[in-house]
Design a binder for this molecule. Sequence first.
Ligand code: NDP
Ligand code: 8X3
Length: 251
Amino acid sequence: MAKRTAFITGATSGIGEATARLLAKSEFRLIICGRRDDRLKALADELSKQTEVTTLSFDVRNQPEVASAISSLPAQWKDIDVLINNAGNAHGMDPIQKGSLTDWDAMIDINVKGLLYVSKEIIPGMTERKRGHIINLGSIAGKEVYPNGNVYCASKYAVDALTQGMRLDLNAFGIKVTSINPGLVDTEFSSVRFKGDTARAANVYKGMTPLKGEDIADIILYTLQVPAHVVLADITVFPTAQASAAVVKRD
Ligand code: NDP
Ligand code: 8X3
């Protein structure tokens, strides 16, 4: 069977990188994306021993850059079967009265507008071909607001709304839309959120066993392998030690 083409944003670390590694071993050829070109190239070199891989380096915040990068794909890469909208981060964790405008802009621009800019380029091919699968990385933060989560939570609530909107609007075209909403996953996420403060980042996972990027990659692969008549619409996944956004059992 011909391999499906999967387009993964945020493939330079964490969940996106783990997903690229796992999909490369299965029935997928990959378009991997991120801003850190050195990491993209290294990952492409490694995974191209297993499948066909191409890279696209762009900032999801920059709409003309997104459009030009995706339209630069050669003909043999244009028919994208699977879009994994994974690029995103939290920036800061302050109470609303002390929040930074720069952090707020980053989260809205990357997590919400960036996801839209990428989707805008890829959805028309899917509607034309009347098939495709979009997987959006939401979060438990898009299902429950927690203290000091304010704008990050708002950005992930927006992702949840966009996922539902995509599912409704793309239903007529036979396109599957899935939302994956993890709790705590040990990636570069906390170190980005706390601006390189590695001690503060490590503290997020102290005394408990968090999920790994590979755990989410396993779920993504499963979601992509269910029969054509099945769609996993909305998945929330916690580490066993977590019961809600704010309730975590720690030793
Ligand atoms: P990482 O920080 O490890 O990875 C984030 C990825 O997003 C990187 O590959 C980064 O690539 C990319 N990215 C960030 N900003 C931009 C940008 N402006 N333009 C293009 N790419 C960008 O975090 P995770 O793997 O944990 O996060 C992946 C997704 O999972 C995010 O949407 C996050 O919100 C979500 N999530 C994470 C959870 C967690 O606890 N870790 C839990 C729930 C959801 P580069 O810097 O090279 O551009
Ligand atoms: C990341 C998980 O709990 O830090 O989306 O918001 S959390």
